[in-house]
Design a protein around this ligand. Sequence first.
Ligand SMILES: Nc1ncnc2c1ncn2[C@@H]1O[C@H](COP(=O)(O)OP(=O)(O)OP(=O)(O)O)[C@@H](O)[C@H]1O
Ligand SMILES: [Mg+2]
Length: 610
Amino acid sequence: MLEEKNYQNRRINPQTWKRLLGYARPYRKKYAILLTGSMAAGIIDLIMSFMSMWAIDGFMYRKTTENIGLFAAAAFGLQILTASLTLLFVRSAGQIEAHMTTDIRRAAYLKLQTMSFSFFDNTSVGYLLSRLTNDISRIMEMVSWVCIDLGWSLMAVVASLIAMFAVNFKLALITVTAVPLIALLSVYFQKKILKYQRETRRINSMITSSVNEGIMGAKTSKTLVREELNCLDFTEITEKMYSASMRSAVISAVYMPLASIVISAVTGLLIIKGGRDVLGGLLTVGQLNFFINIGNMMFEPIRNFAGIFAEFQSCQAAAERVSDLLGAVSDIEDRPEVVEKYGDFFNPKKENWEPIKGEVEFENVTLRYKEGEDVLKNFSLKVRAGENIALVGETGGGKSTIVNTVCRFYEPQEGRVLIDGKDVRDRSQLWLQSALGYVLQTPHLFSGSIRENIRYGRLEATDEEVVEAAKLVGAHEFITKLEKGYDTEAGEGGSNMSTGQKQLISFARAILADPKIFVLDEATSSIDTEAELKIQAASEKLLRNRTSFIIAHRLSTIRNADRILVIDGGEIAEQGSHRELMARKGRYYELYMNQFRNERVRESVKILGQ
Ligand SMILES: Nc1ncnc2c1ncn2[C@@H]1O[C@H](COP(=O)(O)OP(=O)(O)OP(=O)(O)O)[C@@H](O)[C@H]1O
Ligand SMILES: [Mg+2]
């Protein structure tokens, strides 16, 4: 339930950063170079200030050009050094950012692969997308580039302080009085600026999602005549964006002049006091110039510090969200001893996987998605290996829940699900799922061609086998009618296939894998009558020697099932073969006759209409 958690906490929490900084470990050396380089740059800046002091006192004041060539060469050398250092650390920071972003994204992606169904029930795709893209980019940008600012600022402040006190104690004191003032101003304004920036970003994402919704939901909007309302909503959001951007601009505009006033006031004081000292012979013009320069030079790093602090604070929520995602624990996990024996998702030990026959048993299973609402209660069912089971019943009765439990997409709170007499929790998830073929109620096709999509079932399958599988489920015909046939793009943005057609493709994919247990969760009448007849014709062959669970909404599809279960309120209301149940004239008979009558009516209407 990551989404529901309140991430408003803006206090920097080292615990959160610790997990993220773990990803920096491989780049320790680069970080060390970065830090040293930026500190060196801080020192060079200070040396440059000293150089102008020497130039004024040594050449201008004494009106000589002795050794000026050497001096110029040294100054030039230092500039070259600064340029090279800048190149070095910009490169290192860029590399660190790119590498760490990739590493963390990969870790988060792998984490998502191992999460259970319930995690995705409670966490939206949009939420996860923003974590993987925006949040991670922001954090990584900060942790890599902040290092440069931090090294440079730290060195610049410390070195300047020491140098100032060494050159002239009184003037140093005057300069130092401005430090807390500038620091306070900076912290206050940087926080405000970031707050408004965050606000604009938030509104910006609202605009994006509103545009997205406007496009995706265009058809629905039109049918509901919602266009005007949508436009009003959109205008409201853009107005909010305008005022947030304005506020952010105004705050920035106030901060800079205020900081300049403080700096100028201090410079003025320095000139009054220092000028007197110069006239009195207590101070050289070069030294005074040094103070004026260094005063300016010190304020930049202080502002930087404030910026870094505010940035850290504003990244805290993003860091927490990403850190929580990386640390998320799936509520369906293989026990250590199971992983030890059968391997995990990424390192399966297939040599230890005994063949699965396909016997399925529910033993007093109680399952609930939410506390207090049992969907299955004390549910028991025994299915022989190779038996074809059909599940029928009213919507929301628990049919999908039953088959999802066989697949261990959800785990029961009480009771056990046994496959070949062994608790599903004693097998690794990968092992169980490799023995299963599942056509989901909402089929998903991956980006790639239809051919590739079917081949996902068994990667080493030949093109002929792919076509064979498609023919078997009756998908071949409609695929060949598409312009590019099997090479048609199938995923998002691909061809416009109906849910029924997508199901047929997933069906072919599932069959290609030759699973021992097969599940077909039919989308409510999404398969057209023609496709349905094809599946019906093929299914006898398809389902032979496989344990199967077919959830059908058209009862004519499942007449041949070995056993039909009428599911109602998470219980088996009735069971038996089609013939037995028809003879009993109970629930199934009623459902069947109803559907039969409805179809008849529909047909007559069609005939009348012609
Ligand atoms: N992921 C979930 N989280 C919370 N509740 C759920 C979830 N899935 C199903 N339910 C609830 O469990 C009950 C059974 O749902 P299930 O999907 O198993 O029914 P079904 O028989 O497959 O219905 P349909 O014929 O519409 O597919 C319903 O009340 C449903 O609201
Ligand atoms: Mg269902």
